[in-house]
Ligand binder design. Structure first.
Ligand SMILES: [Zn+2]
Length: 199
């Protein structure tokens, strides 16, 4: 049995598990049959993992920077950052990858930190457009680079497994700030680095 004192964001664990049992009953199942006995517990554990981003501060990942980079001021790109998120409309998985680039202005961040930032936003209920903008905004805000580019490509299971049932489609969103927005050559260089046909 779950510890009844175990709560998260003001919701008791028992209450969260009861909600899963309600959905199982609603779908036509008997939550008391053997194969489903531990399912509410597993689902709540999985939610703890999938939505850990709410307890994460993306700004904090960007606050430790390196300034001794021998004057390096060219574009830095981390591409193919795989992520799993969930759409806020259906709570269904969004599976995709993000490409993040910036033009440093003296301050450079450890490359793994960009992946952490993507993860902190992905592990929440999301809208792809919003997530793309959030990643770009926090990099601009904390690192104050000369430009930021974020491209996100993802498939949405609310579209592939229900509704219009279109498999193999992915949605591409991008947010360009500073030099990535104003300078076509910078933007193209970024798009070329990430293998985007627009580059
Ligand atoms: Zn959806």
């Amino acid at each position: 049995m779950a510890n009844p004192d175990d709560e998260r964001n003001g919701v008791a664990r028992d209450e969260a598990e009861a909600a899963v049992r309600t959905l199982l009953r609603w779908a036509g199942e008997d939550p008391s049959r053997e194969g489903l006995l531990d399912t509410p517990k597993r689902v709540v554990d999985a939610y703890g993992d999938w939505f850990s981003g709410y307890g994460d501060d993306p700004r904090a990942y960007l606050e430790r920077t390196f300034e001794e980079v021998a004057g390096y001021d060219e574009m830095i790109v981390l591409r193919d950052i795989q992520f799993e998120s969930h759409c806020e409309h259906h709570m269904a998985p969004i599976i995709g990858r993000a490409h993040v680039g910036y033009l440093p202005d003296g301050k450079v961040v450890g490359i793994s930190k960009l992946a952490r930032v993507v993860e902190a936003y992905a592990r929440r209920f999301q809208v792809q457009e919003k997530m793309t903008a959030q990643i770009a905004a926090v990099i601009e805000d904390v690192l104050k680079p000369r430009g930021v580019g974020v491209v996100v490509e993802a498939s949405h299971e609310c579209m592939t497994t229900r509704g219009v049932h279109k498999r193999g489609v992915s949605m591409v969103t991008s947010k360009m700030l500073g030099g990535f927005r104003d300078d076509a050559r910078t933007r193209q260089e970024f798009l070329r680095f990430i293998g985007d046909p627009r580059g």
